[in-house]
Design a protein around this ligand. Structure first.
Ligand SMILES: [Fe+2]
Length: 339
């Protein structure tokens, strides 16, 4: 078998987004019994689906497991002692709590969340198939640490998670919210309606393409100047209020960022993304299986993914805890066993 070659998001040098020539999966929309959330999603580029997990389970199992995960590094962080809420007491993260290393995507509680039946059902409805494959993207365990310890001083970092060279709807991301998430708490913030304008923006702004081209990896960082075009078309920033156990789906093209906690409340969330297995190339399937064996975290797209940076960094520890036990549905969604 040929050696698996991984492509790293941090220094991706491909001439075009990975898997650009593969078929684009289509949403199962326009049916007579289309649920309201799916209609809303298409219009706004995001939608909150309430209570996909019981509030008690979200708090008592998932959020607690997140705390256990942070404390288990034994770096000094204690969940109930704000005097220990400091970057030096926590494992390394991006944007103050975004975990894309330490096999976060493969922690037991993260796999349990990914295989929650109501979450899987949402994606089955979205794509119109039960044969799905799941992402190894990370999650957010954001503890209110001082702003000057947070990347970019905890300011907004508006971005889309698709390349300008992949302007059609290609990936739908999701996150399971674990803690009460009010207007002043950290949380996902979206520029409502921007996903449906993504393609048009790049068509109308070809003259702004820099000599070195726009990024070929699936990501685009927006400036306020660029976003004015979206504001003029009526897009507004929305930070949905969410309860523990609520799930939010968003089109990867939607302009968004994870807001950092402004008060003393933490923000915990697990990223979960499914796509039809039919969109997976055999080459990516091989990479996916090897990424799973090694405990790597990847970008959001379950098929056309890159691995996140620093998976083999000397400071990173893959599988810092036990390897996960995954149910049959999860094993199928990885490709460990066939559908
Ligand atoms: Fe994102």
């Amino acid at each position: 078998m040929p050696q698996v070659v991984f492509h790293d998001q941090k220094n991706y040098q491909g001439a075009k987004p990975i898997g650009l020539d593969n078929p684009i999966p289509q949403l199962a929309v326009g049916k007579e019994d289309e649920p309201q959330w799916l209609t809303d999603f298409q219009r706004d580029g995001y939608v909150v689906v309430k209570s996909v997990v019981d509030r008690e389970k979200a708090l008592n199992y998932y959020a607690n497991a997140g705390e256990d995960w942070l404390e288990g590094f034994k770096m000094g962080y204690k969940r109930d002692d704000p005097s220990t809420w400091d970057a030096k007491n926590l494992p390394r993260s991006n944007h103050g709590g975004l975990y894309s290393q330490y096999s976060f995507a493969h922690a037991q509680f993260v796999w349990d969340a990914k295989t929650e039946p109501k979450i899987v059902e949402l994606f089955e409805t979205l794509w119109g198939t039960k044969e799905l494959t799941v992402s190894f993207d990370g999650g957010s365990l954001a503890v209110p640490i001082p702003f000057d310890q947070v990347q970019g001083n905890a300011k907004p970092w508006p971005h889309s998670d698709q390349s300008a060279y992949r302007p059609q709807r290609h990936c739908v991301q999701g996150l399971l919210n674990l803690l009460p998430n009010g207007p002043d708490d950290g949380g996902l913030t979206v520029l409502k309606g921007s996903a449906n304008l993504f393609e048009q923006y790049f068509k109308e702004h070809m003259h702004l393409e820099p000599p070195e081209k726009w990024p070929r990896r699936d990501g685009f960082q927006w400036t306020e100047d660029e976003l004015k075009w979206f504001y003029d078309k009526g897009c507004e920033w929305v930070k949905p209020v969410m309860e523990p156990g609520d799930f939010v789906l968003w089109d990867s093209r939607e302009v968004h960022y994870g807001d950092f906690p402004k008060l003393q409340n933490k923000r915990f969330a697990i990223y979960i993304c499914y796509k039809p297995m039919s969109a997976m190339s055999p080459e990516q399937q091989e990479r996916k299986l090897e990424a799973f064996r090694r405990g790597y975290c990847t970008t959001h797209d379950p098929c056309d993914f890159l691995i996140k940076g620093d998976q083999e960094a000397e400071w990173n520890v893959n599988f810092p805890y036990a390897k996960p036990v995954i149910n049959e549905q999860g094993q199928k969604a990885i490709g460990l066993i066939p559908y």
